[in-house]
Design a protein around this ligand. Structure first.
Ligand SMILES: Cc1cc2nc3c(=O)[nH]c(=O)nc-3n(C[C@H](O)[C@H](O)[C@H](O)COP(=O)(O)OP(=O)(O)OC[C@H]3O[C@@H](n4cnc5c(N)ncnc54)[C@H](O)[C@@H]3O)c2cc1C
Length: 441
């Protein structure tokens, strides 16, 4: 039974928003819960859009966070297909696209991110795709099937996780695939150069072509249909469809116009404290849009702590665009809204599946931050765990076709212990023991 004396509003009908609504009810909140989303679909999970849903293996029903009937059953009021266009902090209300004013006592911004666009001629042609929404995946899926039948060619701009996963799906349909990437290796911003080559080899074995060290400069076509792409080294590549997979930008417009503090530098986002509270004490942010202070390096014993320089690195705020972060930070923000003591300090965690290779990545160690990469296991067989270190402390770890090690990898990151790289590389030394500061075999 809802009593109307308090109203909590959530803007953003993605995973973070839906999980926050669920948590408010689980924690016994009896006021009104209102969820506002600009997509018409009920909140859904996005990872399948570049994996099982794109390949046709996953049913549409399987991607939704809750069944549609759950919302009414949990007394969560939905405004779907409605953008929140204005946030009036003085009046404590959100204004929707149709002019409806929704009052809040506490507000959660879970507005996520949107794909970055290519700023080149030809992006308006039919056949230029982005991948964020179910409708994007539906359209791309239809095109991949057609490309497979017609021996057609997909060009993917960007060898990040989404670009590579779509490359794998497209090869499954039999489409020709070329990936154009400015760096020298795939996944460069996450893994650095040492292990990116492994993913390039994997995709080449499945027939993907790479064009590294180049950017798209134009997409050409006739009668609105894509025919080719040009790159900045003067080359032209045949293309029938193009996917721009060049990253995502946080949807901060509402927060910014309302004067909430934004994170500076790398990734941007809405700046929040450890309880996911923004610069307005009644407004919280979670999921892809929130920039959280990254705690781990700063918590190492003083004097030893690597003070990473640069924008948004461990001394600053980090925006984590991962499923697990949306899954956990939405509920954490809901608890904070209810007045619980919350300290959100989870290690960033990500997973990906490409062909027969599955991996999990924990932590944060972009190029320029780590000074050494150590592997244990068989890299050539693609069964190993890689660690990114700085001053012999583990900043990040990735397990490839090795399972049930995530907890131990994350413990190594959060403990901040100094490890012997030889012990780390030796599968005979349990990771748990290394996390306790013991490197003996
Ligand atoms: C294709 C794809 C594959 C992915 N694969 C993986 C993976 O394998 N592993 C992994 O860890 N992560 C993956 N991710 C990332 C993961 O899906 C995101 O981190 C997660 O969706 C973030 O959830 P969110 O709720 O913060 O934001 P979103 O899912 O973006 O949801 C935000 C919602 O808010 C809506 N919205 C925004 N502004 C407004 C407004 N003003 N008014 C109303 N509504 C608004 C948006 O339209 C959207 O529906 C993938 C992402 C994509 C796109």
């Amino acid at each position: 039974m809802v009593d109307a004396h308090r109203t909590f509003v959530i803007v953003g009908g993605g995973l973070a928003g839906a999980k926050a609504a669920e948590t408010l009810r689980e924690e016994g909140f009896t006021g009104r819960v209102i969820l506002i989303g600009d997509e018409r679909d009920h909140p859904y999970e996005r990872p399948p859009l570049s994996k099982g849903y794109l390949t046709g293996d996953d049913e549409r029903d399987s991607v939704f966070v809750h069944e549609p009937a759950w919302y009414a059953g949990a007394d969560v009021e939905l405004h779907l297909g409605q953008p929140a266009v204005h946030l009036d902090r003085a009046a404590k209300c959100v204004v929707l696209g149709d002019g409806t004013r929704v009052h809040y006592d506490r507000l959660l911004l879970a507005t996520g991110a949107e794909p970055r666009r290519l700023d080149i001629p030809g992006t308006g042609l039919a056949g230029v795709h982005h991948l964020r929404r179910l409708a994007h995946a539906d359209r791309l899926r239809g095109r991949l099937a057609a490309l497979g039948q017609e021996n057609g060619h997909l060009v993917i701009a960007g060898a990040g996780w989404i670009g590579l996963e779509v490359a794998a799906a497209a090869r499954g349909y039999g489409a020709e695939v070329t990936v154009v990437e400015p760096s020298a290796t795939p996944l460069h911003a996450v893994l650095g150069p040492e292990l990116g080559g492994l993913f390039a080899d994997l995709h080449r074995e499945h027939g993907v072509r790479f064009h590294f060290g180049a950017r798209l400069t134009g997409i050409t076509g006739q009668d609105g249909i894509v025919q080719a792409v040009r790159t900045d080294d003067g080359e032209e590549h045949p293309a029938h469809d193009v996917l721009a997979a060049i990253g995502a930008a946080p949807r901060t417009a509402l927060a910014e116009a309302a004067g909430l503090a934004l994170a500076e530098g790398r990734g941007g986002g809405i700046a929040v404290d450890a309880a996911l509270r923004t610069s307005d004490p009644d407004i919280y942010a979670a999921g892809d849009v929130a920039a959280v202070r990254y705690p781990f390096a700063g918590e190492l014993p003083s004097g030893e702590a690597p003070r990473f320089t640069g924008d948004g690195l461990p001394e600053g705020r980090l925006r984590v665009e991962h499923w697990a972060n949306a899954l956990n930070s939405g509920p954490a923000a809901a608890r904070a809204m209810l007045g619980d003591e919350v300290r959100y300090d989870r290690v960033p965690y990500f997973f990906s599946d490409q062909y027969d290779v599955g991996m999990e990545f924990s932590g944060y160690a972009p190029p320029g931050v780590y000074d050494q990469v150590v592997c244990r296991g068989d890299v050539s067989k693609r069964e190993f765990v890689a660690f990114w270190l700085r001053d012999n402390k583990v900043l990040a770890g990735m397990n490839v076709n090795v399972w049930d090690v995530t907890e131990a990898v994350q413990r190594l990151i959060t403990s901040g212990v100094t490890v012997d790289p030889h012990g780390l590389a030796d599968p005979a030394v349990p990771l748990e023991r290394l996390a306790e500061g013991d490197s003996r075999g």
